[in-house]
Each structure stands twice: as C-alpha cells, then as structure tokens.
Design a protein around this ligand. Structure first.
Ligand code: SF4
Ligand code: SF4
Length: 185
C-alpha cells in the first residue's frame, strides 16, 4: 500500500517576526510581570497581608520537595527480616524479568536450613534502569520495593550509580554518599 505524505509549507515570516524584536520584548514583559508580582506578594507576606496568595511558582529544591503520590515508583530498596537481613531468597526472578538487564545477583547458601538461598551481592545499575517496576511485581517474597520516595539519580560517575546490597538495604540519596570531585587549580 502506498504511503501518503502531506507536505506542510513553512509559514512565511513578516519583517517584525524575522528580527524577533517583538518576541524578545514580549518575553521580557512576561518575566518582568512575574518578577514584580512575586516581589509585591513576598513584601506583603512579610507584613502579614495576602497570606493566601502564593508568591512564587518555584520551590527551593532540593531542600524543599513536593509531596509525591504514595504509589510513585521511586528508588529501589530491599526489605528486611526481623533480624535485619534481606528478605531476598536470590530466586533471580527480578533479574530475569528486568528489561534493562540492570540487576546483577550472586546467590549463596543461607545458614538457616529452612531458607534455601540469599544474595551474596545484589546490584542495581540506576544508569540503565527504566523504572518499569517489573522487578517489584515479579518478586515472590515482597523483598524488593520502589517506595523510598527518593528520585535523585545524579552521581559523579557511572560507577556511583550502581546500588549495592548495602545501599539497597539502607537507601539514601546518591549525592550524600559520593564526595564531589576535587577542585582543579
Ligand atoms: S524497575 Fe524495571 S528496569 Fe529497573 S531494575 Fe526493576 S525491572 Fe529492571
Ligand atoms: S525476585 Fe525478590 S526474592 Fe527473587 S531475587 Fe529478586 S528480590 Fe530476591
């Protein structure tokens, strides 16, 4: 079957549109309007007036964060048993189902004879993860969850984006764990 394509002509710009001056002035006007509006309401808030009207549309991230929906898929964590060890039984279901191939588990025998295996190591490469949640759905032990409410994935190196079992059992934002690179003179 022949594929029909529709060619859309680029609209011709007039002189004022070609020099962009009117658009630049319009942008400055919009920015100025927001600036003076926020300045006015911040000043009013300082003296106790107009408290019900929000003064700025931004928040001081990362010190302040918006509340996230409880069901949001955020950074992974491994759940623990009563003794603090990982609930994971190293069945490899999550590693097998992961479409990004970013989970790497090495299994070992569990000292408790009623539990077959446990993870000797459990790594998730956040640089490859697509946050699909398949690993959580596939787990038969409720041993992995994505409910930490941590959304920071920035790090100073690719290596630092790989979470090991220690980090998965005690999740913290990456930037608090990795020191920044040394300043160059
Ligand atoms: S969320 Fe998806 S891509 Fe990320 S580790 Fe789990 S299964 Fe893999
Ligand atoms: S599916 Fe659950 S129990 Fe199995 S290896 Fe993954 S986290 Fe561990």
């Amino acid at each position: 079957m022949a594929i029909r394509t529709k060619v859309v002509e680029r609209p011709k710009l007039n002189f004022w549109q070609r020099i962009y001056l009117s658009e630049v002035l319009r942008g400055i006007a919009i920015t100025s309007r927001h600036f003076w509006k926020n300045t006015f309401f911040h000043a009013m808030h300082a003296i106790g007036l107009f408290k019900g009207i929000q003064a700025a549309v931004t928040i001081l991230y990362p010190e302040h964060r918006r509340d996230m929906a409880k069901r949001s898929r955020t950074r992974h964590r491994l759940t623990k048993r009563a003794d603090g060890s990982a609930r994971c039984v190293a069945c490899m279901m999550c590693e097998t189902v992961c479409p990004a191939r970013c989970i790497t588990i090495v299994a070992e025998e569990h000292p408790d004879p009623t539990i077959e295996k446990r993870p000797a190591s459990f790594d998730i490469d956040l640089g490859k993860c697509v946050y699909c949640g398949f690993c959580v759905e596939a787990c038969p032990e409720d041993a992995i969850r994505m409910d930490t409410q941590i959304i920071d994935t920035a790090a100073y190196s690719r290596k630092a984006m790989v979470l090991d079992i220690r980090e998965l059992l005690n999740p913290n934002p990456l930037y608090s764990q990795v020191p920044p690179p040394a300043e160059k003179n």
